[in-house]
Design a protein around this ligand. Structure first.
Ligand code: FES
Length: 542
């Protein structure tokens, strides 16, 4: 698949997270017998009726939430701003920013939020969940989280952006006049991503835990500058490091660049167009506050258009930088055992072709798989999931993980290909197709082809009823351990070594012979003495 990264830039304005208009209040009374249906509650019904920390929703309170070191470094700019000059950022002195770090070229971190703010924010998110109000996924890749802009916090985070993050963004990702080249002697190596004029944001919480969003696949963000704040204390989770790779348009796009462990209250900032992802979380739960920021005026410049024109570069890849969502060569390059996981160990693993053997595996009983339904079998050791389907009385089996972003096909609807007038090269109208429940790609059950003609397709497995007709079975290539046949030629060097040892020991023969002779002399002398003593004793008895 040719990846269309333009989709990632669809935030031409952030209106997509502005709640739809509420329906106008009806003036005329509804007839008594048919009352108007009750309006379904929405996320923006949360505040003030159900919110917990009302202070969080008050935009003027931003100073209470910000770490003293950060307040200190922006204080001169704040004073200057009061006089009407907010566009000169030279007074923001990153050299004297206590706790500021250049993590790696293009990536910096700094103390940003107070612990109390992090706690309040997490409590607010939990309270929102308990309210039963609906929430949508914070972005196209995280399912478990909350869009803060939608629950009434947009104005508060706009204050944080305009009063606090803008001067930092300007110094790191602003125009040539505003950007610093180095901090504490370390080159920052950033580019202009509109940091001097950041004016819009999409702010959300993402949460990871082993049972929900376990990791975040490699990707770039739908923004210009990403501010990512650790909210959870270190003690609450294990694993889940942020892993950074190259910029989208560089030859090192898929090469490992830096690993970062989140710290509560600390912000890591980078260009949205740097490839990054979060490794598997091993234990506990981690939350991050993410502010995707952008500059509307920068996006209208030729410099921005030129940058986007440079386009995506694939180049060589380190395993940890591979994306199962975006890289068409993912399955070819990522060792099977690590596919669809995000593990540090994958970095050094190589794609070995191991010996395999075809085996029939039971999926379910034939009675369980009803017409128009599906079942799935997960083979942990093979890191493989296979979905079987029954359509028009026939059995079919496909790789369960959708080639697009790993959606679970066994949860998808099944229909005839002909129902939609679709069909790639080899499709028949009566072929079944499964519709991925995540983003609705459709795959032909018989061929695995994407019926809309996209090059992403699903692996197809042989499937049958067992000999007695009671079970559904699929044929899988299982990895096998080959028993090594003793190789005598390989052992020859060892044998020669042993012989050499023996011959070396032969040099000790004279010493050994002398010692043996000494023992013999002692033994003979003792025997002669014993003999004379015994003879004497026998003589006395007589
Ligand atoms: S995961 Fe996106 S269509 Fe399947």
């Amino acid at each position: 698949m040719v990846l269309d990264y333009s989709k990632w830039d669809k935030l031409e304005s952030s209106d997509d997270d502005v709640p739809p208009q509420r329906p106008p209040t009806k003036v005329e009374k509804a007839p008594a017998k048919s009352p108007a249906p009750k309006r379904k509650l929405q996320p923006w019904d949360y505040h003030p009726a159900k919110s917990l920390h009302k202070d969080l929703f008050e935009p003027d309170n931003w100073q209470q939430w910000i770490h003293p070191s950060l307040l200190d470094v922006i204080s001169a700019w704040q004073k200057q701003k009061e006089t009407g000059n907010s566009s000169d950022f030279s007074c923001v002195d990153l050299e004297n920013f206590d706790g500021f770090r250049v993590e790696a070229p293009g990536i910096c971190s700094f103390p940003a939020l107070k612990d109390e703010f992090c706690d309040m924010l997490l409590e607010e998110v939990r309270n929102y969940r308990a309210s039963g109000l609906p929430s949508r996924a914070p972005n196209s890749m995280n399912n478990y989280g909350l869009v803060l802009n939608e629950i009434g916090l947009r104005a508060s985070f706009t204050s944080v952006l305009k009063e606090v993050l803008l001067p930092i963004g300007a110094r790191l990702f602003g125009s040539d006049e505003d950007r610093v080249e180095s901090v504490a002697g370390i080159n920052v190596e950033t580019e202009d991503w509109g940091g001097s004029t950041l004016d819009d944001h999409h702010s959300f919480i993402v949460q990871y835990r082993p049972t929900d969003d376990k990791h975040l696949d490699m990707h770039i963000d739908e923004c210009d500058v990403t501010f990512n704040f650790g909210i959870t204390s270190h003690d609450n989770f294990e694993g889940n490091d942020l892993t950074f790779c190259g910029m989208f348009d560089s030859a090192s796009h898929r090469k490992l660049h830096h690993r970062y462990k989140h710290i509560r209250g600390r912000c890591v900032v980078h260009s949205g167009k740097r490839r990054h992802g979060a490794m598997d979380i091993e234990k506990g739960e981690r939350a991050s506050l993410i502010m995707w920021t952008k500059s509307r005026s920068f996006r209208r410049t030729e410099a921005y258009r030129e940058r986007n024109r440079r386009g995506l570069t694939y180049g060589d890849a380190d395993n940890v930088c591979l994306s199962y969502t975006h890289d068409p060569d993912y399955k070819k390059l990522m060792p099977k055992k690590f596919q669809y996981h995000m593990k540090q160990e994958a970095h050094d693993a190589s794609q070995k072709s191991l010996a395999t053997e075809k085996r029939w595996i039971r999926v379910c009983s034939a009675k369980e798989l009803l017409e128009g339904e599906s079942k799935m079998v997960a083979l942990e050791s093979e890191n493989e999931q296979i979905a079987v389907f029954r359509h028009r009385g026939e059995l079919f089996a496909l790789d369960n993980r959708c080639a697009h972003m790993g959606g679970s096909l066994c949860e998808g609807e099944i229909e005839d290909v002909g129902t939609h007038g679709l069909g790639a090269s080899d499709s028949k109208a009566t072929d079944g197709m499964v519709i991925c429940p995540r983003h609705f790609m459709c795959f032909n059950l018989r061929t695995g082809e994407n019926v809309e003609g996209d090059s992403m397709s699903q692996k197809v497995y042989p499937v049958r009823l067992s000999a007695d007709g009671t079970n559904v079975e699929v044929e899988v290539d299982m990895e096998v351990t080959v028993q090594a046949v003793p190789d005598l030629s390989a052992r020859l060097p060892r044998l020669l070594q042993m012989l050499r040892c023996w011959s070396l020991n032969g040099r000790q023969v004279p010493k050994l012979a002398a010692a043996g002779l000494g023992c013999l002399v002692v033994f003979v002398a003792a025997a002669l003495r014993f003999r004379s003593t015994f003879r004497d004793a026998r003589t006395i008895q007589r």
